[in-house]
Design a protein around this ligand. Structure first.
Ligand code: RB5
Length: 148
């Protein structure tokens, strides 16, 4: 699976941990930056290219990190086709995919410890949308909003 990652300065340290973690698990990683810690960078400039890559299916899933994960989730969800969520618990890391077809995981680099973040990521990437009728029906109602 091809996985995209991106972070601003608030998420940079965690992103640098995530990249080798994913590579070791056998994922192909596309890094959308930042490529160095720059306290003046702005999360939309880093997260939007990743979100567009998820929407266009250049990458199958995305992982976005900012300081809290909040800004990353807000901006990523502006891109049609992206279903992003800030994840702070193990249950939501897989249930968000199984029920809601979440395709972009957001993390707070200043909130979530490295090892816990790795567990959330592995759980997210191994989860699959069930496609159950009720979930498909709800998803279609979400997608309909993007066409209004
Ligand atoms: C940057 O200082 C910080 O505001 C940003 O990384 C993020 O937490 C926004 O939600």
């Amino acid at each position: 699976m091809k996985v995209g990652i991106a972070a601003d300065h608030g998420g940079y340290a965690l992103k640098e941990i995530i990249r080798p973690f994913l590579t070791d698990l056998g994922y192909e990683v596309v890094d959308f930056g930042a490529y160095q810690e720059d306290k003046l960078d702005d999360y939309p400039d880093l997260i939007i290219p990743l979100a567009r890559a998820v929407a266009s299916k250049q990458v199958e899933r995305g992982i976005a990190v900012c300081g809290s994960g909040v800004g990353a989730a807000i901006v990523a969800n502006k891109i049609a086709g992206v279903r992003a969520c800030l994840i702070n618990d193990h249950f939501s890391a897989h249930q968000g995919v199984e029920d809601d077809d979440m395709n972009l995981l957001c993390l707070g680099g200043r909130i979530t410890g490295f090892r816990v973040a790795e567990e959330f990521i592995q759980t997210f990437l191994e989860a699959k949308f069930t496609g159950a009728e009720r979930h498909q029906r709800r998803l279609e109602k979400v997608i309909q909003l993007e066409n209004e």
